[in-house]
Design a protein around this ligand. Structure first.
Ligand SMILES: NC(=O)c1ccc[n+]([C@@H]2O[C@H](COP(=O)([O-])OP(=O)(O)OC[C@H]3O[C@@H](n4cnc5c(N)ncnc54)[C@H](O)[C@@H]3O)[C@@H](O)[C@H]2O)c1
Length: 268
């Protein structure tokens, strides 16, 4: 390991575009040499041309066990970090959603996280440990219209994270999960290209803005770091607070502001 890659190897899946490319760039900045995996070979080549020797691109389909096992075997050393970021969205009402859309969402998002996770974890365990960060979504925390397949796959990742942490924690592997919220990047670029949608959506976020790929990457690299050394099995929503707003729009007649002690004082 040279000084330039002092943090060791990281594997980032879905590294070619969007949030994964930003995670890869930040990981390189923080001293990792990144094995960048994606099905989009052209995007990987562009990223690697920019990052030079610190980024080693490989076409890997995370839902294909043979592809994953071959890529893990080809890693020159056990990675210190795995970011299971590859994901796809399929939307539609459950009553009419094509079964193929359901299957591919679950295959790539959930099964992909499982396959890459266990193959990389086996190498980390041999080498004494490491850190894994899985990419869920606020859809894995709260239901949203037409998002049944995506939501189920992402909620599965939240629970899979807990099981990975339970099984591999004693072997020195910490496993956590990031759940991005309304992020103005990657697969959501098309949504936020519409200024009205952007305005309406960001007005619902307590922090008053959409998130960025950098917000997500910062959380991932924090969870990877020694500063998160006693954090495992957790899901951190990077969402400006939006998943905590369930009660914000509840009707609030004046009477509900004086219950309990306040109400007793008022009746004295
Ligand atoms: N952008 C958002 O608003 C948002 C919000 C919440 C969660 N997320 C999650 O963040 C992650 C990254 O999303 P993004 O917005 O950057 O999307 P993106 O579409 O820009 O990037 C996803 C990447 O995954 C790759 N990929 C797809 N299927 C693959 C497979 N089978 N094997 C390997 N690579 C594959 C794609 O080629 C692409 O490069 C995803 O898991 C997504 O669900 C995104």
């Amino acid at each position: 390991m040279t000084q330039a890659w002092a943090a060791g190897w990281a594997v980032v899946t879905g590294a070619g575009n969007g949030i994964g490319a930003v995670i890869t760039r930040l990981a390189v900045k923080e001293g990792y040499r990144v094995a960048a995996w994606d099905v989009d070979g052209a995007a990987l080549d562009a990223l690697a041309a920019d990052l030079g020797a610190a980024c080693v691109p490989t076409v890997v389909d995370v839902s294909d066990e043979d592809s994953v096992v071959a890529a893990v075997a080809a890693l020159p050393e056990a990675p210190q970090l795995l970011v299971n970021n590859a994901g796809i969205a399929r939307f539609g009402p459950l009553l009419t959603l094509p079964a193929a859309d359901w299957r591919i969402a679950v295959e790539v998002n959930l099964t992909g996280t499982f396959l890459v996770g266990r193959a990389v974890a086996a190498r980390m365990i041999e080498a004494g440990g490491g850190a894994i960060v899985n990419m869920a979504s606020i859809n894995g925390i709260a239901a949203a219209p037409n998002a049944g397949a995506y939501t189920a796959s992402k909620a599965g990742i939240v629970k899979l994270t807990e099981h990975m942490a339970l099984e591999w924690g004693p072997e020195g592997v910490r496993v956590n999960c990031v759940a991005p919220g309304l992020i103005n990047a990657g697969m959501s670029d098309a949504i936020y290209a519409d200024p009205e949608v952007r305005r309406l959506r960001q007005s619902r976020v307590p922090q008053g803005r959409l998130g960025t790929a950098e917000d997500v990457a910062d959380a991932v690299l924090f969870l990877a770091s020694a500063k998160a050394g006693y954090i495992s099995g957790q899901t951190i929503a990077v969402d400006g607070g939006i998943t905590k707003t369930a009660l914000m729009s509840m009707p609030r007649p004046r009477s509900v502001d004086s219950v309990g002690l306040d109400a007793a004082r008022e009746s004295d």
